[in-house]
Design a protein around this ligand. Structure first.
Ligand code: FAS
Ligand code: PHB
Length: 397
């Protein structure tokens, strides 16, 4: 018991946040004998119920397998070797496998969360749920510590390192002195209205549609469950979009050959997300390392958010294991520089793909440029290869 009446715990790595970043890091560290405790403000049901990303790069698939929790993912995930881009009432396939040698896996983030929560829940005390008032102390010393409230009792958690896996609205990035950070941001003048329904997907692969009425994306979670998105004004509210309006708008944005395959049905979930590009530099301060959405946000057009989080985890986990195994701090000291190389390339790609496919202000010149680039993409193997290798995920340096 500390002098202030708090119960004192100790671990090697304190992880704030039990989203995909926090739980994947915890699972990977455990597989290498490094001890961690995850502090999460929500319940496991809440975290598992969030409908978010749907597509994994193969390096993410390999990392999940390395963490020893890939069995259901490989059984139930859908391997995709390409996707279609639709514009000017026609569709063009981007042959990911043929152009980049790689596939992607369709497997919902909430399914991955389910697998991660199941694995970490098997270890008593590995994750503390519904934790409040998490605060970071001494992150610029060799003895950082966290204080928090759990089940109405105050605790102090002493550790060697803190992993800030607490997302865009978390407390970890805010614990770094503002003058130590440079933050880059671009907010897009529209949002995505997403709908989940137990209806068969309209196509066997994903379809990204450019249209004068706005962008649309036809994705899926399985052969019986579809995930659709339409670009919408930022000020729109979900209750302004009854299911019937959504289905009509989606159909209006698709070429006829796809629209006639569309099967509608009652929504299981419907939500609007704003789109932004955001990068924090550096991604570390003292013994605190920022991971995933705590450090960067990309518009979901390029399906990079979850995959970038996994890439950060890959770099940080290797640095922590090297520190504890070999006593070498080198990889940890290089974490931010290494992670940011991939973050900025994915940020550029996500910005490019978003700018190409979405309707901005009514600007005829900009629309002609978009159509010219889409025509170029449809007719140039070099252009399609560039898109493909960014979409499947660039190789690690
Ligand atoms: P997360 O935000 O997932 O997890 C952070 C965790 O920290 C949360 O569980 C939160 O409760 C917890 N936390 C926050 N503050 C805390 C505190 N003070 N104390 C303790 N815990 C705290 N990406 C795609 O690739 N494709 C998509 O289609 C897509 N759709 C998205 C839709 C939405 C609505 C959002 C918000 C994001 C979407 N993303 C998408 C991006 C998303 O998948 C993220 O990249 C991914 O969740 C990142 O994972 P984490 O870094 O773990 O952050
Ligand atoms: C999804 O299935 O949620 C999804 C897929 C691809 C994207 C964005 C979202 O680019």
């Amino acid at each position: 018991m500390s002098t202030s009446g708090e119960s004192v715990l100790r671990t090697q790595v304190a992880i704030v946040g039990a989203g995909p970043s926090g739980l994947l890091l915890s699972q990977l560290l455990a597989s290498q004998g490094v001890d961690s405790i995850v502090l999460e403000k929500e319940s496991p049901e809440h975290v598992q119920g969030r409908i978010r990303a749907g597509l994994l790069e193969w390096t993410t698939v390999e990392l999940v397998q390395e963490a020893g929790i890939g069995a259901r993912m490989m059984r139930e995930g859908l391997v995709h070797n390409g996707f279609d881009v639709a514009f000017a009432d026609s569709g063009h396939r981007i042959d990911l496998k043929g152009l980049s040698g790689r596939s992607v896996l369709v497997y919902g983030q909430n399914e991955l969360q389910k697998d991660l929560i199941e694995a970490r829940s098997a270890v008593p005390g590995a994750v503390l749920w519904q934790v409040g008032d998490v605060a970071l102390h001494g992150i610029d010393t060799r003895a950082p510590r966290l204080t928090y409230v759990h089940e109405r009792h105050r605790y102090e958690l002493n550790c060697d390192f803190v992993a800030g896996c607490d997302g865009f609205h978390g407390v970890c990035r805010a614990a770094i002195p503002r003058e130590k950070l440079t933050q880059y941001e671009r907010v897009y003048p529209f949002g995505w209205l997403g709908l989940l329904a137990d209806v068969p997907p309209l196509h066997h692969e994903l379809l990204y549609a450019y249209h004068g009425r706005g962008f649309a994306l036809c994705s899926m979670r399985s052969r019986g469950r579809s995930r659709y998105y339409v670009q919408c004004p930022l000020e729109d509210k979900v209750d302004e979009w009854p299911d019937g309006r959504f289905w009509e708008e989606l159909e209006a944005r698709l070429p006829e050959r796809y629209a006639r395959q569309l099967v509608s049905g009652p929504s299981l979930e419907k939500s609007i997300v704003p789109l932004r590009s955001f990068v924090t530099e550096p991604m570390q301060f003292g013994r605190l390392h920022l991971v995933g959405d705590a450090a960067h946000i990309v518009p979901p057009t390029g399906a990079k958010g979850l995959n970038l989080a996994a890439a950060d985890v890959r770099v940080l986990a290797r640095g922590l294991v090297e520190f504890y195994r070999a006593g070498s701090p080198t990889l940890l000291e290089e974490y931010s520089a290494r992670a940011l190389k991939r973050v900025w390339k994915a940020t550029r790609f996500s910005w490019w793909f978003t700018t190409l496919l979405h309707r901005f202000s009514a600007d005829p010149f900009a629309e002609r440029l978009q159509l010219a680039e889409l025509e170029y993409l449809a007719g140039s193997a070099a252009a399609a290869r560039s898109l493909a290798e960014n979409y499947v995920g660039l190789s690690f340096d």
